[in-house]
Design a protein around this ligand. Structure first.
Ligand SMILES: Nc1ncnc2c1ncn2[C@@H]1O[C@H](COP(=O)(O)OP(=O)(O)OP(=O)(O)O)[C@@H](O)[C@H]1O
Length: 351
């Protein structure tokens, strides 16, 4: 089978390491029916390097999915953009209009697998039809036969049977449906794939297959970087190079997966990751830990550290002003305490 159709767009050449995505001080919010604002993404800055998988963790409601939607430029009421920049492959996404965004960015530069994506496939269409629709918009020069060839080749490369292309979504198992959705969403080789809980509601074998697919997409350079949102600690560890933890609309810590899971600094990350004693075995089936108390209401966030009310180490100074981010050993965290002091406190907890 000809390799040329796919190769045109596959990012086969390794490029020098650079930031593929730069998000600077992003503020987005929901405007409720009662005319209240929910500040779900509240001053988020981060970069994503080419070739890297970035995991995003945090309790339910901390703004992970809203961040994903915001990165995609999905500003449909009640979600609104307030300020900040999103630069994707050198393009300032917020300066584009809706049409430019749809034609130039979505699917091509960045693709999104929302939560429960597999259930959103129109059940009356065969799988090939979803790919034909994408190609009609983005590769109109290809005829139907070429589109089918391209799709079959891609499915084969990703260890999915090309026979799936002739089936209806309801004829696929949950795991197969999810892998199919991912294969469809990445058919244009987007630079960044944002996957929001792509393995939730799947059995362990299907979870593994989805993870393998995501890794294959990276290693075959069909995508260059991955943003991966999950509550599953082992997946976060095994899939992510770096992990970023969100709390109440802000990023509170970012570091390598190893640092974040076994040696976190921020008191929230420390609680969230739980106490993992035996690295690999200890986290086999571990989810992010439940922490007593609740995060603040995002309609009215408190001054100072948003975690202060639940933090064992909070002082009066934690409740004043904006808490700046600090660097420590290659990681970034948002806390007034120094990392060595926090670690000293943690060492006493362990005894
Ligand atoms: N359509 C909406 N209208 C108003 N508020 C919303 C809406 N969707 C989400 N929110 C609020 O925005 C905040 C962030 O929600 P978001 O879904 O981004 O969190 P999350 O971390 O992805 O949670 P989960 O892990 O449960 O998916 C929460 O306070 C949530 O209640």
């Amino acid at each position: 089978m000809s390799r040329t159709i796919l190769d045109i767009h596959a990012h086969a050449e390794p490029l020098p390491q650079r930031d593929i995505l730069e998000v600077q001080d992003l503020h987005t919010y929901y405007r409720t029916r009662h005319k209240e604002n929910v500040y779900a993404v509240d001053g988020v800055s981060f970069t994503l390097e080419e070739g890297k998988a970035l995991g995003i963790a945090g309790e339910s409601g901390c703004g992970k999915s809203t961040l994903a939607l915001s990165l995609m430029g999905f500003y449909f009421p009640p979600l609104h953009y307030k300020s900040g920049s999103i630069v994707l492959g050198g393009i300032d996404v917020m300066k584009l209009n809706k049409e430019q965004l749809r034609k130039q960015i979505l699917g091509r530069e960045i693709a999104y697998i929302p939560q429960a994506a597999m259930n959103a496939l129109n059940p009356t269409l065969r799988i090939i039809r979803f790919i034909e629709d994408i190609m009609k918009e983005h590769r109109p020069e290809l005829n139907r036969k070429q589109v089918r060839e391209l799709a079959a080749e891609r499915f084969e490369t990703l260890n999915l049977s090309p026979d799936v292309l002739n089936l209806y979504p309801n004829e696929l198992s949950g795991g197969m449906k999810q892998r199919t959705v991912i294969a469809i969403s990445t058919i244009l080789n987007p630079k960044v794939l944002v996957a929001d809980e792509p393995t939730s509601a799947l059995d362990v074998t299907s979870q593994k297959a989805v993870i393998k697919l995501l890794k294959d997409l990276m290693s075959k350079k069909f995508i260059r970087s991955l943003i991966f949102i999950t509550h599953e600690l082992p997946l976060l560890y095994h899939v992510s190079d770096d992990i970023m933890v969100m709390y109440a609309g802000e990023i509170v810590e970012r570091g390598t997966a190893k640092q974040m899971i076994f040696d976190s600094v921020h008191p929230y990350t420390k609680r969230l990751m739980g106490s993992i004693i035996v690295p690999e075995e200890g986290m086999k089936s571990q989810k992010l830990a439940a922490i007593p108390g609740a995060p603040p209401n995002l309609k009215q966030v408190p001054e100072g550290c948003r975690f202060a009310d639940r933090c064992l180490y909070a002082e009066d100074a934690c409740r004043e002003g904006k808490i700046p981010e600090k660097w420590s050993g290659g990681r970034k965290y948002r806390c007034i305490h120094e990392s060595n002091v926090l670690k000293e406190w943690y060492s006493h907890e362990a005894k």
